[in-house]
Write a protein that binds this ligand. Structure first.
Ligand code: SAM
Length: 216
């Protein structure tokens, strides 16, 4: 077993994180006992960050002690793996759907480093109490994806902090070729954030580009 990023392991072709809530699954993932410790298999078909890792991501800024603002937490699939990675840090998990929030709340009962926030990520002032964070992770599948990231990074991301975003071209403009949309979004984001790395998420996700950016 090899640690490829802080608390992210590769074992026999799978990506694993140490289970913060031993004995419990979040989305039906496999649990594995290795060296007396329980790990959860991270499914790249269910999580875009895992898809990016499988496709060779080199820059993963998430550390043991990161403060993370997660936009579009849904029922908590990817947030649960970030929760596994963190030792001292915390995740502010913003989700607009009350339906998804019900499931997310159940997850938070078992994981005290996820703080659920029922809010619209287009209105960051509604959760201003979050304060400064090291990382913003955005996966909202909205036509306003770039604008949402910029608004939130102006308000919460510390200087030198990182943003991670999964761009879904079909949510932004179905009439354009994905590459045209990616170029447009990258230009918009680059006005305020430095592009560190980009990874196409095929074959795990169609028409998705994953970006890692840094606040200038
Ligand atoms: C693709 S899902 C996220 C999956 C999740 N990131 C994961 O990997 O486990 C997108 C989520 O974004 C949420 N969403 C869409 N627009 C939003 C907004 N303006 N503010 C907050 N959440 C939003 C949707 O309700 C949905 O749950």
């Amino acid at each position: 077993m090899k640690e490829i990023f802080e608390n992210v392991f590769e074992h026999q072709g799978r990506i694993l994180t140490p289970n913060r809530a031993p004995g419990s699954q979040v989305y039906g993932e496999n649990l594995m006992q290795i060296g007396g410790k329980e790990y959860r298999a991270w499914n790249p078909n269910r999580s875009k960050l895992c898809a990016a890792i499988k496709n060779g991501l080199r820059n993963n800024p998430i550390k043991y002690n990161s403060a993370i603002l997660y936009l579009g937490a849904s029922t908590g699939t990817t947030p649960s793996h970030l929760s596994d990675i963190l030792v001292d840090g915390g995740i502010y998990a913003v989700e607009v759907s009350a339906h998804s929030m019900k499931t997310l709340l159940r997850l938070c009962e078992k994981r005290d480093n996820i703080i659920p926030i029922l809010a619209d990520a287009r209105q960051p002032q509604s959760y201003h109490e979050v304060g400064e964070v090291d990382i913003i992770y955005e996966d909202v599948a909205s036509p306003e994806q770039a604008d949402i990231l910029l608004k939130n990074s102006r308000m919460f991301l510390k200087k030198g902090g990182h943003a991670m975003i999964a761009i879904k071209s079909q949510s932004i403009d179905v009439t354009k070729k994905p590459e045209e949309t990616y170029t447009q979004v990258k230009e918009e984001l680059s006005k305020e954030l430095e592009l560190v790395e980009e990874i196409n998420l095929e074959p795990y996700e169609k028409d998705h580009l994953f970006l890692v950016l840094k606040k200038k």
